[in-house]
Design a protein around this ligand. Structure first.
Ligand code: RFL
Ligand code: PHB
Length: 396
């Protein structure tokens, strides 16, 4: 079998790339390790930058998002014993973001792939990349097992969209790859509950630990709390979770939180990670395959979309005009945006969490930083710009 681009991974990065390539007349085959049901059952991101919204709209993927998603003008920051404040991205930048669950985006992307007959092979195993190093005369191909059979697909390019634990990044030799990592000494416990959410996405700094209120729709709330590394979901039955969550919010916000049976609960560790370069010969990495951010800035999915935006533009330019400039510049261009979001996510994580080794000095510095943010319009504008996301770079 032969195609132009083999895409490894049917997460948001992989499926969105196949959609945009198709719109440019470029064929692809998507290989996914898990079943479609499993991919659709993962509950993750919820906040879409305005650039992400623009990409989905420009590619005909926004009908349901525009009907069911919730536009937001900003986000709220609260901390113990003080009034909360609103960081207004609409007023300062004229940009809104959208709250729309990643699960819904996955559904929309699968539906669009089905409509156009996109080959998406699920439950593939033993994916191996070959001749992707860009050596003269190399002809890239991918081997794998599907339905018990050994298969091979020849291609021009391979897009590694297979997340942090995928094979693509590890197919770049160690001597070429440079990895930057920061592991945080805590995790996030996330729950979903069928109750009315707080009106704003609200981040809370509290001596008991960080907390976050977010939402999916008028009757579906998403909450997170910082928990020690090593805690298990079983350690957090509902009758322990809700009082702890409320104890971290300032009084009037805590009162507005309604406790109910949770319908999902999971714990995720927090890390910052970047692997450079994002291109090796015929292999291009997109999304979590190349970088991970702690969820504090809500950047992960948005970075996956920005990588796909740059890579699809570069491939369209190559197939349309035989111009390799976009492909050659892909890694550097994508990484500028990646590092900007990595920095913002690290900043917000550091600002809002309680670290096990936080000294009195660190705590004072955190409090005064929050105070400064609360009282300075300029500081808020800088944070608003980072939170709402930077615009894409123009092609040269
Ligand atoms: P994904 O979604 O991990 O998809 C990768 C796909 O590749 C498949 N795969 C393979 N397929 C074939 N062969 C192999 N060898 C394979 N190995 C893996 C996997 O099965 C999977 O289907 O990566 P992608 O597409 O790069 O998308 C990235 C986003 O999913 C991720 O960055 C976000 O979910 C991060 N994130 C958030 N991002 C935001 O922008 N806003 C948010 O509000 C936000 N909140 C979050 C988050 C992530 C969280 N967790 C659990 C990590 C909240 C949480 C709690
Ligand atoms: C979410 O709604 O899941 C969410 C919101 C904001 C974040 C992370 C996750 O920073």
């Amino acid at each position: 079998m032969k195609t132009q681009v083999v895409i490894v991974g049917a997460g948001p990065a992989g499926l969105l790339l196949s959609e945009i390539l198709h719109r440019h007349g470029i064929d692809s085959v998507v290989l996914e390790r898990s079943s479609r049901e499993h991919v659709l059952s993962r509950i993750r991101a919820g906040v879409l930058e305005s650039t992400t919204v623009d990409v989905l709209r420009a590619n005909g993927l926004a009908t349901r998002m525009d009907a069911e998603g919730h536009p937001h003008d900003g986000m709220r920051i609260a901390w113990a014993g003080r009034d909360s404040f609103f960081v207004d991205t609409w007023k300062t930048l004229g940009r809104r973001f959208m709250v729309y669950g990643q699960t819904s985006i996955q559904e929309d992307l699968f539906a669009a792939a089905d409509r156009r007959g996109q080959p998406v092979l699920a439950e593939v195993a033993d994916v191996v990349l070959h001749e992707h190093d860009g050596a003269p005369g190399a002809r890239p191909y991918v081997t794998f097992r599907h339905g018990g059979e050994a298969r091979r697909i020849d291609c021009d390019f391979i897009a590694g969209c297979d997340g942090f634990h995928g094979v693509s990044r590890r197919s770049i030799p160690e001597g070429v790859r440079r990895e930057y990592e920061k592991v945080y000494p805590f995790g996030w416990l996330g729950v979903m509950a069928r109750v009315k959410p707080l009106p704003d996405i609200t981040y809370v700094n509290n001596p008991r630990g960080f907390a976050l209120a977010s939402y999916r729709n008028q009757n579906l709330s998403r909450y997170y709390i910082q928990v020690p590394l090593g805690d298990k979901v079983e350690d957090w039955p509902d009758d322990r979770f809700w009082p702890e969550l409320k104890a971290r919010f300032p009084g009037e916000l805590a009162e507005a939180i309604t406790a109910a049976d949770t319908i999902e609960k999971s714990i995720a560790p927090l890390r910052s990670f970047v692997s450079e370069p994002m291109r090796y010969g015929a292999l291009f990495l997109c999304g979590d395959a190349a970088h991970i951010v702690p969820p504090t800035g809500a950047k992960g999915l948005n970075l996956a979309v920005s990588d796909v935006f740059y890579l699809s533009r570069a491939m369209a330019r190559w197939y349309g005009r035989g111009d390799a400039a976009g492909l050659d510049g892909y890694s550097a261009t994508a990484l500028r945006r990646v590092w900007s979001s990595v920095r913002t996510s690290w900043y917000l994580t550091t600002l809002l969490h309680r670290f096990p080794d936080t000294s009195e000095f660190d705590q004072k510095a955190q409090e005064y930083e929050l105070d400064y943010l609360k009282n300075s319009e300029r500081a808020q504008a800088a944070l608003a710009e980072q939170y709402a996301g930077l615009p894409f770079e123009q092609a040269d």
